[in-house]
Design a protein around this ligand. Structure first.
Ligand SMILES: NC(=O)c1ccc[n+]([C@@H]2O[C@H](COP(=O)([O-])OP(=O)(O)OC[C@H]3O[C@@H](n4cnc5c(N)ncnc54)[C@H](OP(=O)(O)O)[C@@H]3O)[C@@H](O)[C@H]2O)c1
Length: 277
């Protein structure tokens, strides 16, 4: 899998996925061609493109808002042109506008569903032709929140649950076309979206101590499993969701998040910022 489109690749988990895909392709002796997206042409996005080129990959940035329903098709066309076809699309862009259900605005609900779930549908439809040609792979980045109730994840948890079902629907319809579709679901992973509560090493340790594997997750943990899902060892895997959460969902995240001093409500409110915010 060397011709890949990665959404939300400017930082955190998406950045780690980009770097892992490039490293693996180069180790196999193939030239990675990677198109990376984020909302805007930020320095983060430029930085990951530079890091990929430094590794030896061909890489380009294609910024745009995945809440715009016309963007996924344009993005896939641009990626296909840059890469000369597509072997995989990883939809990692996502996030929450967290709060209680009673205070959730309709527009925020729609924004969260659009980026986390609808965009994967639109990317998949747009990429169907090139992926059918390459016998390629679609990979969605879900969340352990799709399976466990967590405080304030009003629209986000339902959107990730819908994403998981969409993966199964796509796998069923497009398996006969040679396209595999899977979901990789992180647990609590250190990234910008969680750093407001996890950047303090003490808080990382306290939180990690309650997780069965006794640590929080890192973007590279997720990237490694994405690499497996895209690779030949997963050739007979489709319609699946793989949780990469250190066992977090087995302990119930509400007790984990409420057990510490961190202000999770403030943290969550700072995630995805919609126009209405
Ligand atoms: N971190 C965790 O603990 C955790 C846990 C479970 C699941 N996840 C999932 O893992 C994925 C990555 O998480 P992360 O923590 O690494 O996220 P992050 O650091 O917040 O990065 C999110 C990425 O998505 C992009 N993005 C967000 N909204 C977008 C939009 N409307 N259009 C285009 N790009 C958009 C961002 O672009 P900009 O840089 O331009 O904003 C950024 O590149 C997400 O799907 C998230 O839901 C994360």
């Amino acid at each position: 899998m060397s011709r890949v489109l990665v959404t939300g690749g400017s930082r955190g988990i998406g950045r780690a996925i980009c770097l892992r895909i490039a490293t693996d392709a180069l180790a196999r002796g193939t030239l990675p061609k990677i198109v990376v997206t984020a909302t805007g042409a930020s320095s983060d996005l430029q930085d990951v493109v530079a890091a990929l080129r430094e590794l030896g990959a061909e890489a380009t940035a294609a910024p745009g808002d995945l809440n715009d329903p016309s963007f996924p098709a344009r993005l896939v066309a641009q990626a296909g042109e840059f890469c000369g076809g597509l072997d995989a699309v990883v939809h990692n862009a996502g996030g929450a506008i967290a709060g209680s259900l009673l205070k959730t605005k309709v527009q925020d609900w729609d924004t969260v569903f659009a980026v986390n779930c609808r965009a994967f549908f639109l990317l998949g439809v747009a990429a169907h032709r090139p992926l059918r040609q390459s016998k390629g792979v679609l990979c969605a980045i879900g969340s352990s929140a799709a399976e466990t109730v967590q405080p304030y994840l009003n629209a986000y948890a339902p959107a990730k649950a819908a994403l998981k079902m969409l993966v199964q629907q796509m796998a069923y319809e497009w398996g006969p076309h040679g396209i595999r579709v899977n979901c990789v679901s992180p647990g609590l992973t250190l990234s910008r979206s969680t750093e407001s509560v996890l950047n303090d090493p003490k808080e990382q340790e306290r939180t990690g101590a309650q997780i069965p594997l006794r640590r929080i997750g890192y973007p590279e943990d997720v990237a490694g499993v994405v690499a497996f899902v895209l690779g030949p060892d997963a050739a007979y895997l489709t319609g699946e969701n793989i949780n990469v959460d250190g066992g977090l969902r087995h302990i119930g995240t509400e007790s984990l998040l409420n057990g510490g001093s961190a202000d999770w409500a403030a943290h969550d409110a700072a995630r995805l910022r919609p126009e209405s915010a």
